[in-house]
Ligand binder design. Structure first.
Ligand SMILES: NC(=O)C1=CN([C@@H]2O[C@H](COP(=O)(O)OP(=O)(O)OC[C@H]3O[C@@H](n4cnc5c(N)ncnc54)[C@H](OP(=O)(O)O)[C@@H]3O)[C@@H](O)[C@H]2O)C=CC1
Ligand SMILES: N[C@@H](C=O)C(=O)O
Length: 266
């Protein structure tokens, strides 16, 4: 029987990534776990080896560090057993845009977008060659809602959504499946790490429920999975409205409302 693909998960030391690790190990996959906290990665990998018999490798890396990121890129580029890449590592930042320093902002962009994109870029040629492979990108509903006030974080998640949708169009026909997952507030350390009190939120999903729901979407080969959204038709209508505008962008002239003579008259 053909071996199940190995799953490389970034941000696997805790939270959403650690639950993905648990679920894929229980489904019979070997794992490569990536994060900075070696002790936590070891504790998790020992448990998963013991409980499931999975082979679990650890890659300790700070994905905002170019040299350490390059090691993870080499691994996904060269290890032909890795057939599923889960780009989960991510962080938020305390305060609003004006409270965040240029360094805070750069670090957030580097982790949430640059590292994620570089890993996809490293793995893609191999997946295309194989005509198979899956990429799961963890975005956020915050990427759809500037109203939440997490401006740079939300912008990175909007990037992840757009990137994933573009990759679905480009790589889908080549046999590569790309899923983007948009959780809403989920009980993990991200809140405390970014100076927010999770208990002050109006509704919080437990992390196991979030991951199990995202995996239902994965098994259905959904392109966009929004576990907390009760009515899937709302997303479909939103995406359809976007697509309906596309043919209207091809114009030789600016719209009437921007014609200077008409603008003056109105
Ligand atoms: N929880 C929520 O409410 C929501 C979360 N998300 C997204 O889900 C993903 C997972 O977040 P969540 O589990 O909640 O957060 P956690 O803070 O619980 O976990 C984040 C994970 O990313 C790792 N990580 C953080 N910084 C780095 C780094 N520089 N290099 C490598 N690994 C790093 C952490 O490990 P270590 O510290 O060991 O490096 C940890 O394993 C993120 O992309 C987040 O944006 C989306 C919507 C809602
Ligand atoms: N993790 C949250 C923000 O910090 C979210 O994406 O809802």
């Amino acid at each position: 029987m053909k071996a199940k693909p190995t799953v490389l998960i970034t941000g696997a030391s805790t939270g959403i990534g650690a639950v993905y690790a648990d679920r894929f190990a229980k489904r019979g996959h070997d794992l490569v776990l990536v994060a900075r906290d070696l002790a936590r990665l070891e504790t998790l990998s020992e448990r998963l080896r013991r409980e499931t018999g999975a082979n679990v490798d650890i890659l300790q890396a700070d994905l905002t560090d170019e040299v350490e990121l390059a090691r993870v890129e080499s691994r996904v580029r060269e290890d032909a057993r890795i057939g599923i890449l889960i780009n989960n590592a991510g962080a938020s930042a305390a305060g609003g845009f004006a409270d965040q320093t240029p360094d805070d902002v750069a670090k957030l962009i580097s982790l949430n977008t640059t590292a994620l994109t570089r890993l996809i870029s490293a793995v893609t040629p191999r997946f295309i060659e194989a005509g198979a492979g899956s990429i799961i990108n963890i975005a956020s509903v915050v990427g759809l809602a500037p109203e939440f006030g997490l401006t740079v974080y939300g912008a990175t998640k909007a990037f992840v959504l757009f990137l994933s949708q573009g990759l679905q169009l480009e790589l889908g026909p080549k046999g590569v499946y790309v899923q983007v997952v948009l959780p809403a507030a989920t009980r993990t350390e991200i809140w405390e790490r970014s100076g927010r009190d999770v208990n002050a939120l109006p509704a919080v999903m437990e992390v196991e429920e979030l991951v199990d729901a995202a995996l239902v979407g994965f098994d259905r080969r959904e392109s966009v999975t929004i576990p907390p959204l009760p009515d899937a038709d709302q997303w479909k209508a939103f995406d359809m409205a976007r697509q309906l505008m596309i043919p209207n962008y091809a114009q030789v002239h600016a719209a009437d409302r921007y014609q200077p003579e008409k603008a003056l008259a109105s």
